[in-house]
Design a binder for this molecule. Structure first.
Ligand code: ADP
Length: 362
């Protein structure tokens, strides 16, 4: 008769299996949530730190290999994955209630597609199953409402909290909702600070895994205000492949570093052109510059997004969410970039998050 497999044997076999990104034992990180043993078959319940985990396949392979070699009696292995995003904000000064991670999207100059990337990444994270909010802090030229085709006055609750609007399955707040149409805004330092403060602490976001913040295209006042007002998990820098844009990206990276905001990675927008007829890929502005820059700066290169006429058209028509409901050429690159970003957020959040109690449910 075959020997009975015990829970202790399985847990012992899992010792040393690490989360590849966090570099720590799955057990120690509290990611093994349950072990079921039915004869020689084992079912494991594993809780990832993001539903957008790019390394799920590798974790599955590592667990399987460890169990097969260390407990040869095991026959079938099933792994059920769930996800619980860890908070990089909870317990820190200036935290936004219910929001686990705030991520700023910035660029060294305007026109590189920062707002497009911010909106698209928020939608991509939602596509993976995360609860996402998008804050348009580009108060000089709020373009998020146009891209998402959302307008209207947000409701204000009895306790004077602003309710974000909903679009494409994410919660959205923009100064554009509060300003009369076509009204130019001239913000001065203290007013700006006040507006950002209202935005951050008077919006009832509810429970969010990720709050993506679209910054104005400068390295000036707004990041400074944000850094002072909320504990950002980190920032993403958007650039295009031209040399001048790369120089601007370095300025943005340096500015975030000065504010002690971790740079989660670099996204190269308008990276290449994919011919809609023959599928051929052309690097219009050269290739490899952003990846090299990221390497030199010691930050992750999160990926590139193609230049695509229909992306601009969908944005202009308030239909950017349709990128994800079709086989749009930007869909896969955006989903992959959002996975890489989510992994970096998990790494940063792990530095702040309290680890869950090591509690394994039988
Ligand atoms: P920023 O926020 O950096 O000023 P925007 O996101 O407003 O830039 O983008 C500037 C313009 O470029 C917009 O018209 C937008 O639709 C277009 N755009 C951005 N990214 C792409 C892309 N990958 N392909 C085609 N057009 C793009």
């Amino acid at each position: 008769m075959a020997a009975t497999i015990t829970r202790e044997q399985i847990l012992e076999a899992l010792r040393g299996v690490k989360d590849p990104e966090l570099g720590r034992d799955l057990l120690e990180l509290g990611m093994i949530k349950g072990v079921e043993i039915n004869g020689s078959d084992v079912v494991l319940h594993v809780e990832l730190t993001t539903p957008a985990c790019p390394l799920k396949g590798q974790i599955e392979r590592d667990i399987t290999a460890a169990l097969k070699t260390r407990v040869p009696e095991v026959n079938g292995i099933q792994i059920h994955f769930t996800a619980q995003v860890r908070s990089g904000m909870a317990g820190r000064q200036g935290e936004i209630p219910g929001v686990k991670n705030a991520i700023a999207v910035g660029s060294g100059k305007g026109g590189v597609g920062k707002s497009t990337v911010a909106a698209a990444l928020a939608l991509a994270l939602k596509e993976h199953g995360a609860a996402v909010g998008l804050l348009d802090a580009d108060i000089y030229g709020p373009s998020i409402p146009v891209m998402l085709g959302v307008s209207g006055q947000p409701a204000v609750t009895e306790d004077q909290m602003i309710q974000p609007l909903e679009a494409g399955g994410i919660r959205v707040m923009s100064m554009g909702f509060l300003l009369p149409k076509n009204e130019a805004v001239i913000w001065r330092g203290p007013m700006l600070h006040g507006a950002i403060q209202q935005f951050l602490h008077r919006v009832r976001w509810g429970e969010l895994d990720y709050l993506v913040i679209d910054l104005p295209p400068t390295t000036g006042d707004v990041p400074l205000s944000l850094a002072q007002l909320i504990p950002l998990t980190g920032a993403v820098v958007v650039c295009t492949p031209q040399d001048v844009a790369l120089a601007d990206a370095i300025r943005a990276i340096t500015a975030f570093r000065k504010l002690r905001i971790p740079v989660l990675g670099l996204v190269e927008n308008m990276s290449y052109f994919k011919c809609p007829h023959c599928g051929e890929r052309t690097e219009i502005f050269g290739t490899g510059g952003a990846r090299l820059l990221a390497e030199q700066q010691g930050i992750p290169f999160l990926g590139g997004i193609p230049i695509d006429v229909s992306l601009r058209e969908l944005s202009d028509q308030g239909r950017i969410a349709e990128v994800f409901s079709s086989d749009h050429p930007a869909r896969e690159p955006l989903l992959e970039i959002s996975r890489q970003l989510a992994a970096q957020i998990s790494v940063e959040a792990a530095k702040h998050a309290r680890l869950p109690k090591l509690e394994i449910i039988q």
